[in-house]
Design a protein around this ligand. Structure first.
Ligand SMILES: Cc1ncc(COP(=O)(O)O)c(C=O)c1O
Length: 441
């Protein structure tokens, strides 16, 4: 089906959302507060979520593989998490002082992730990566940071570089140029950001060695999550660890998404110990959250005792008790058996989609690890950001809208996550819906 037919069906099903969007545009540019969730002509308004489903303002239910961009690992409104948040709320919404809940969640996380010797909480993954980068600069006294082409780490200036550049403006594949991903970045950001090619260990080593004297940190999402869930090639992360260690560069794992693939995150699954780690999404149980931590000697810059912290880290809502309680309730539900189940759901989905694409001879692939997956509309070998760009740029939107019309919610670029609220039948429903969307094309 052509994209306009999918669009017409979407418009016909979402009249209440359209009316709300029109009201919203009077008071917000584009009608909302979150670039990521907007799509043309307007996003549907969510009314509620329960288990594996969300309902929109027109009463349409959709099976939710977006899960607030991979945050809702237990599904919507899990009773134990809702109860924990309600009990915390009844005692007061936030305070000008620490609470015991903060210690308990930090204990859970530092037990799960041995590289987190000490840690602190923020309100978002963006603040977590901002602080990790700052801590690395403070520790090394060096000005530059390196990040990967195609990697997303939030919306502070230092990481809004080469997130989804047009390759024609981004230099050679093995020596990518920094490209601003937003208006309003000061030129110094581009001068101080080194861009690396994902999964090319040799090129990365050369670039890192050349920049080493000025490089404070290498920031890496070990799955290149928003870039399409492109797992690291064998030995790639090991090489990053070796070269950063050799040159005293702080290796930061951004596990805002990848924590969900194992008890101790991607660092456990791939057997690498970073110097710093950033967290977000699942660790707040659905409430606003971020966290960062790692080597105690680096994190010591935040210690306010004995003369004051070298890095000031305020935040009116940092470690707020509702988030801490909901986060602990969520992590307590994530037992080793839960990860086995999440892996099985992900395997079932990837296997089913792969068989579907082969049977229908479609130009497409599905990548993923554990409960995460991403649809790609190219048959090129998938190694890095550039290889994952769709041959037909409209394909992801067409499939996204087609799935919406089938009652399935994914992210616009094709990234999805299974939750523990899902059954095998839900996974099969996804595969059958995708088959119908592709058959309409
Ligand atoms: C890897 C990664 N880092 C950081 C962030 C930013 O997190 P937040 O949206 O909570 O600011 C995201 C968000 O999707 C992410 O995927």
């Amino acid at each position: 089906m052509a994209i306009d037919k999918e669009l017409n069906e979407y418009l016909a099903k979402t009249s209440r959302s359209r009316a709300l969007h029109e009201e919203a545009t009077a008071v917000m540019p584009g009608g909302n507060s979150r670039t990521t969730t907007f799509f043309d002509p307007y996003p549907f308004y969510v009314q509620r979520g329960q288990g594996a489903y969300v309902w929109d303002a027109d009463g349409v239910a959709r099976l939710d593989f977006n899960g607030n961009y991979t945050s809702l690992i237990l599904g919507h409104a899990p009773p134990d998490v809702v109860k924990a948040a309600q009990e915390a709320a009844a005692l007061g919404m936030s305070f000008p002082g620490p609470t015991e809940q903060e210690i308990r969640l930090a204990e859970i996380l530092t037990r799960r992730i041995p590289s987190l010797q000490t840690m602190r909480f923020t309100n978002s993954g963006t603040e977590a990566t901002m602080n990790a980068v700052r801590a690395a600069r403070a520790f090394t006294g060096r000005p530059k940071i390196a990040k990967f082409e195609g990697a997303y780490h939030g919306t502070h200036d230092w990481v809004m570089v080469s997130v989804s550049p047009d390759p024609r403006a981004a230099g050679g594949r093995r020596h990518p140029k920094p490209v601003a991903w937003s208006a309003g970045l000061p030129p110094t950001v581009l001068k101080h950001t080194v861009v690396l090619p994902w999964n090319d260990a040799e090129a990365c080593t050369q670039i890192i060695e050349k920049e080493a004297a000025n490089l404070a940190a290498v920031l890496v999402d070990p799955l290149l999550g928003i870039g399409g869930i492109l797992p690291p090639a064998d030995g790639f992360l090991e090489q990053l660890r070796a070269v950063t260690e050799q040159h005293g560069i702080v290796l930061i794992f951004d596990e805002v998404i990848s924590l969900r693939i194992a008890w101790g995150g991607a660092q456990e699954r791939f057997g690498i110990r970073p110097d710093l780690t950033t967290l977000g999404k699942i660790v707040g149980g659905g409430l606003p959250v971020g966290a960062f931590g790692g080597r105690a000697d680096i994190m010591a810059a935040y210690d306010p005792r004995r003369g004051g912290a070298r890095i000031s880290h305020g935040g009116t809502f940092n470690a707020n008790p509702l988030t801490m309680a909901a986060g602990a309730a969520t992590l307590n539900a994530l037992t080793p058996e839960a990860y086995t189940r999440l892996d099985a759901l992900g395997e079932r989905l990837r296997g089913g989609v792969t068989r579907l694409l082969m049977a229908t001879r479609r130009r497409g692939q599905v990548t993923g690890v554990g409960s995460l997956f991403c649809l790609h509309w190219t048959s090129a070998p998938l190694t890095d950001y550039r290889s994952s760009r769709p041959k037909d740029p409209e394909a992801p939107t067409r499939v996204f809208l087609g799935l919406l019309n089938e009652g399935i919610l994914l992210t616009q670029r094709g990234l999805g996550a299974c939750s523990l609220a899902m059954t095998d039948e839900d996974i099969d429903r996804f595969i059958n819906a995708l088959a119908r969307v592709l058959a309409r094309e």
